[in-house]
Ligand binder design. Structure first.
Ligand code: CP
Length: 309
């Protein structure tokens, strides 16, 4: 049983809760992979996806997760809603509650927006990415993909390279992976490393090769051009040459290492196309894991709601 009505981040989610979500997601994945896409676990419930930023994977997989579980699902894009007329997040939340929403999956450019919404409404709020803060379901799907490959997360070395500073994915993975007994190593230009990340438990590698040395999983993170005010590194070409992951860099990783990326990927920048499309890549599997993780989160939050009704 989850301990809260919402899933806002992994900073305050326990190892037991993460394990429960991953166990449920694994079962969901087996069912979905066997072709079963119709359940009635959320029959009569309403899921609203409220996205103030663009998304392909997160929004689509939340929508499909709700539909496969039997919920009524509605999508709201901020660009075509009353947000454009100046409606506040709190008023939008109250409106969705008045329309009898049970779950709201929200993506917002401001860190903390899902937390504010969760305080305002009785619906279960799921953070689909808030600014540079957290993206918990992304880290859960990354962890599911790694756990399926290696059987456990305990003892794994996970190397994360790229735009750590602007990355909510890095932070959620850092919180989640450490709770599950994995070590997280990071490497980025100093301008893309947030202050205090080592105090959260990340090992800051002195070089790309040392970051990847012996790693079981190597994750490239997108260079978030839209969140940068510019001047953080000279050019994408130089970034790829000195910080990107290629076959030569991967030679330092464990012989069975896998390649991950949350997407969307800048091909040839964070990872070479050969790695993205190669045998060690689990990038497409991450997307499938995302569907089952979001199904599991909805199911478990629904159980919490029923137990606390
Ligand atoms: N990984 C991720 O959040 O992708 P989207 O922006 O496409 O949802």
């Amino acid at each position: 049983m989850l301990k809260n009505k919402d899933l806002l981040g992994l900073r305050n989610t326990s190892a037991e809760e993460i394990t429960e979500i991953l166990d449920n997601a694994e079962e969901m994945k087996k069912l979905v992979n066997s072709g079963k896409k119709s359940f009635d676990l959320l029959k009569g419930k309403t899921l609203i996806t409220l996205f103030y930023e663009n998304s392909t994977r997160t929004r689509t997989s939340f929508e499909l997760a709700g539909k496969y579980l039997g919920a009524t699902e509605v999508n709201i894009s901020a660009s075509s809603s009353s947000v454009q007329k100046g409606e506040t997040l709190i008023d939008t939340g109250k409106t969705l509650q008045a329309l009898k929403a049970d779950f709201i999956a929200i993506r917002h450019p401001m860190g903390g927006a899902p937390h504010l919404l969760a305080k305002t409404v009785g619906c279960s709020v799921i953070n689909g990415g808030d600014g540079m803060n957290e993206h918990p379901t992304q880290a859960l799907l990354d962890m599911l993909t790694m756990r399926e490959t290696f059987g456990t997360l305990k003892g794994l070395k996970v190397a994360i390279l790229g735009d750590i500073k602007h990355s909510r994915v890095a932070k959620s993975n850092l919180f989640g992976l450490q709770k599950m007994g994995a070590e997280v190593w990071i490497y980025a230009p100093r301008t893309l490393l947030p202050k205090g990340i080592d105090e959260l438990g990340a090992h800051i590698a002195p070089s790309r090769e040392e970051c990847v040395a012996g790693a079981n999983a190597v994750m490239g993170l997108r260079i978030q051009l839209e969140r940068q005010s510019g001047g953080l590194f000279p050019s994408l070409g130089e970034y790829a040459k000195f910080y990107g992951v290629n076959d030569d860099v991967m030679k330092h990783a464990d012989g069975h290492a896998i390649v991950l990326h949350p997407g969307p990927v800048n091909r040839g920048v964070e990872l070479t196309p050969q790695l993205i499309d190669g045998q060690t890549s689990r990038i497409e599997d991450q997307v499938t894991s995302g569907l089952s993780v979001r199904m599991a989160v909805l199911k478990l939050l629904s159980e919490y709601r029923e137990a606390h009704a």
